[in-house]
Each structure stands twice: as C-alpha cells, then as structure tokens.
Design a protein around this ligand. Structure first.
Ligand SMILES: Cc1cc2nc3c(=O)[nH]c(=O)nc-3n(C[C@H](O)[C@H](O)[C@H](O)COP(=O)(O)O)c2cc1C
Length: 209
C-alpha cells in the first residue's frame, strides 16, 4: 500500500530547506485534499490561511516560540476553526447541497432542522471545540496528502493562537487559529529525518472484539 510507505517517509520536519518552494500545482493538490476531508455533517467549520509572505512568516515565527519551521518552510497552512455555528451557515450548506445534487431545497428542510437542533443543544464552548476537531481532520488529511507528494510538513500546536488571530485578521471573521502546518522540503541538515519512528505496537493500539 503506497500510503503506508508515504506515512513511513513523513516525519515532523524541524528544519526545512529555505531555497525550495512548493509549486502552485502541488499547493492546489494539497488544498483540494484538505477540502475533501470528512467533517461532521459535512459542515466544514474551518478555513485555512496559506501564508508565504516572508514578513508575515517572520511575525508568525515570533508568535510560535521562535520555531524555525515558520520561516524556513515554503508555506504555512494555518487551520482556523469557526467560533460558532449559526443557523445561516447550516442553511448555506443546505442551499449548496440542493444545488450540487439537483434536489429541491425544501426536501432538505428536515435534515437542516435536525442539524440546527443538534447544534442548538450545545454550549458556545463545545461548538468551538467541535469545530476545532474538524480542523484536525483537515490537518491529518494534509499530512497524508503531502507525504504522497513527498512534500514535508510539521504539524504544530506550539503557537500563540491569540497572536495568530490578530496577525491574520481571524477574529473579525469569527475564526480562531487552531493548528498549523509549515510545508516544504526537509533540509539535509535536519537530524530528525534519520531517527526511527516511535509508535506503540499495533496490538497495544487495536483490540479485536
Ligand atoms: C497536534 C500536534 C501538535 C504538534 N506540535 C508541534 C510543535 O509545536 N512543534 C514541533 O516541532 N512538533 C510538533 N508536533 C510534532 C510531533 O512531536 C510529532 O508528530 C510526533 O513526535 C511524532 O513524530 P512524527 O510525526 O515525526 O512521526 C506536533 C504534532 C501534532 C500532531
């Protein structure tokens, strides 16, 4: 299975080759992969800012405990979760579903009401946490897709979300930075690439019942 080989190849890259850039075509493939990630109800309650501007990357590095990946990588994918899930958002999704699938909108009303009811029963905090979990599915899909293309990544939570929200203008859009992934190509000098992967044995992770 090609994917297993790719997942063995990938690792959380600490040092990127500053001189190599991900092509526009590959970037598009990565974006498409993230967009195809599964999400709860299909609501896709996150957006992704793809940062390549050197000055902005410098500022993000400062807001990320000075981790070098932020400036040495080609692009930084910032997954930003929606802080809320308003009923209008669900309606927009249903409108799009009706259009794409060619079904009358009113046929989807029951499903829309079911979703709205499910969301209405959640606290503001739990909706934000729920939306953030969806962003992580996008992150996982990005890591796997990038590995298939032999593009390196580093999933990261070590950053100041409040600073990111300010620098990227996320707050005014109702978004909050959740998890990030610098992408690019590993530097030959990155010693981490030579380290063995450390994982629990399959029999410890999986139980057959
Ligand atoms: C959600 C998440 C947050 C992480 N945050 C950081 C980080 O801030 N800085 C970093 O260098 N690595 C970070 N990592 C990388 C992990 O340390 C790494 O994935 C783990 O040790 C397993 O190694 P591997 O990905 O190379 O197989 C993070 C990974 C995940 C999934």
């Amino acid at each position: 299975m090609q994917l297993i080989e790719s997942l063995r190849w990938r690792y959380a890259t600490k040092r990127f080759d500053e001189n190599r850039r991900v092509s526009d075509a590959d970037l598009k493939s990565l974006e498409e992969a993230v967009n195809l990630a599964a999400t709860s109800f299909g609501l896709q309650p996150f957006r992704v800012v793809v940062v390549s501007d050197p000055e902005l990357k410098e500022q993000l590095r400062t807001a990320s405990y000075n981790q070098p990946q932020l400036t040495e990588c080609s692009h930084v994918f910032v997954f930003a979760a929606m802080k809320k899930m308003p009923a209008e958002q669900i309606d927009r999704y249903m409108d799009r579903t009706a259009e794409v699938r060619g079904v009358p909108r009113d046929q989807l009303d029951d499903y829309a009401n079911y979703m709205k009811g499910s969301v209405a029963g959640k606290s503001v905090e739990s909706i934000e946490a729920w939306n953030k979990r969806q962003a992580y599915i996008g992150l996982g899909t990005l890591l796997a897709a990038a590995a298939e293309l032999r593009i390196d990544t580093c999933p990261m939570e070590g950053f100041d979300a409040g600073e990111y929200d300010r620098l990227l203008g996320l707050t005014e859009k109702g978004l909050t930075a959740t998890v990030i992934a610098p992408v690019g190509y590993r530097s030959e000098e990155d010693a981490t690439q030579h380290k063995e992967k450390v994982r629990v044995p399959l029999e410890e992770m999986f139980t057959a019942r």
